[in-house]
Design a protein around this ligand. Structure first.
Ligand code: UT7
Length: 321
C-alpha cells in the first residue's frame, strides 16, 4: 500500500513583486528575466509569517480532503528554514491546527515535497498512519542577497499542502542526493558561541547558476524517465508532468529530451518564480483546483535543488473534481 492524495491547498503572500519593480532595485530588466527564466513576477512576504502561510495551506488542503485536523496521524513540513530552529515547523503547524500526531521537518531544498511524499509512503506501507499532512513551504526572500541580480530575480515565497490517505496511487518514487555545497548554499550565518573560531558568513543564498542549470536539465529528464519506467508505464501514458518551477528553459529542454508533449507540462513559473520546496506542491494544487487534473490521470512530478537533491515520482490521480 502507498497512498492516495485526498486534497491540496496553497498559500502565497499578498505582495506581488514584478520584474519592473525589481529593475528599480538591481541592474536588470523585464526582458532579460522573462527570456532567460520565464518569470514575470513573484510573491514576497511583508506581513505574513511562514507559519501563517503553512497553516493557511494546510487548512485549505484539509478542507479539500474533507479531513479534520484531529484525524491526522502524521505531519511533515518540508522547508529549508522554519520559524524556529526548534520547535520544528511541523510541530508549530500541529499546534496551530490543534492536531495531536507526530510532526517533524525535512530539508531537501526544492526537492522537499517529493522527499516528504517518499517518507510518508513508508508510514502508509507500515500501516502506521491513515491520514498524513504534508506542508511544503519556503520563505526565501529573507535569505536572498537582494543586491545580487543573478539570484534575486529567480525566487519567490509561498508553498502548498497535501493531505494523503490510504490507497495505492503512488506508482513509483525515486530520490537522489549528491553532496555538493558549492553549487547552491545558504549558510546559517549566526553562531552565539564565544569559543567558535571560524568566521561567520552572511546567511544569503550563493548559487553557481550555470552549473545548476546543467545539472537541472539532465536531472529533470532522467528523473521523469526513470520514474515512468519504474511505474511500468511508457512516457505516452503520462497525462500531466508537474516539474519544479525554476526556469522555463529547464522545463522546455527536459520536454525536448522526453517523449511527452510539451503541452502536458504544467507551468506557473511566470507568476511565482522559484518557490523552492513550495514549487511542485503549488503547481499540484493549481492543477487540482483548476480542473486540469482528471480522476484516472497519470501524473509525473520532478524536482531538483540544493543538496544537490532530486526527487521524481509517478502517481495516479484518483480525486474526483
Ligand atoms: O531550484 C534550483 C535552483 N536554481 C536553478 O534552477 C537555477 C539554474 N540556473 C539558471 O536558471 C540560469 O543559469 C540563470 C537564470 C541563473 C542564469 O541564466 P544564464 O542564461 O545562464 O545567464 P548567465 O549566468 O550565463 O549570464 C548571462 C549574462 C551575464 O552577463 P555577461 O557576462 O554575458 O555580460 C550576466 O552578468 O547575463 C547577466 N545577468 C543579468 N543581466 C540582467 C545575470 N543576471 C542578470 C539579470 N539581469 N538579472
Amino acid at each position: 500500500m502507498s497512498f492516495t492524495i485526498l486534497g491540496t491547498g496553497k498559500a502565497v503572500p499578498e505582495y506581488v513583486l514584478t520584474n519592473d519593480e525589481l529593475s528599480t532595485m538591481v541592474d536588470t530588466n523585464d526582458e532579460w528575466i522573462r527570456t532567460r527564466t520565464g518569470i514575470g513576477e513573484r510573491h514576497i512576504c511583508k506581513h505574513e509569517t511562514i507559519t501563517e502561510l503553512c497553516v493557511k495551506a494546510a487548512r485549505q488542503a484539509l478542507e479539500n480532503a474533507g479531513t479534520a485536523p484531529e484525524e491526522l496521524d502524521l505531519i511533515i513540513c518540508s522547508t529549508m528554514r522554519g520559524e524556529n530552529i526548534t520547535p520544528s515547523q511541523g510541530c508549530v503547524i500541529q499546534k496551530e491546527l490543534g492536531a495531536s500526531c507526530p510532526a517533524f521537518d525535512v530539508n531537501a531544498a526544492c526537492s522537499g515535497f517529493i522527499y516528504a511524499l517518499d517518507i510518508a509512503a513508508g508510514y502508509f506501507e507500515r500501516k502506521r498512519v491513515r491520514r498524513a499532512l504534508i506542508v511544503s513551504m519556503d520563505n526565501l526572500s529573507n535569505i536572498i542577497d537582494w543586491t545580487d541580480r543573478s539570484t534575486c530575480v529567480l525566487f519567490g515565497d509561498g508553498g502548498a499542502a497535501a493531505v494523503l490517505g490510504e490507497g495505492d496511487d503512488l506508482l513509483s518514487i525515486h530520490l537522489t542526493a549528491s553532496g555538493n555545497d558549492e553549487a547552491i548554499r545558504i549558510p546559517h550565518g549566526t553562531n552565539s558561541s564565544p569559543f567558535y573560531e571560524h568566521e561567520e558568513e552572511r546567511a544569503v543564498l550563493h548559487m553557481a547558476g550555470n552549473e545548476v542549470y546543467k545539472f537541472a536539465t539532465a536531472a529533470m529528464a532522467n528523473g521523469i524517465r526513470r520514474a515512468v519506467e519504474e511505474a511500468g508505464l511508457s512516457q505516452s501514458d503520462v497525462n500531466l508532468v508537474i516539474p519544479h518551477q525554476a526556469n522555463i528553459r529547464i522545463i522546455n529542454t527536459a520536454a525536448k529530451n522526453l517523449e511527452i508533449p510539451r503541452e502536458r507540462f504544467f507551468c506557473n513559473v511566470e507568476h511565482y518564480g522559484n518557490t523552492s520546496s513550495g514549487s511542485v506542491a503549488i503547481a499540484l494544487d493549481e492543477a487540482n483546483r483548476s480542473g486540469v487534473l482528471k480522476a484516472g490521470d497519470i501524473v509525473a512530478m520532478c524536482a531538483f535543488g540544493g543538496g544537490l537533491t532530486t526527487g521524481s515520482c509517478v502517481l495516479r490521480w484518483s480525486k474526483k473534481a
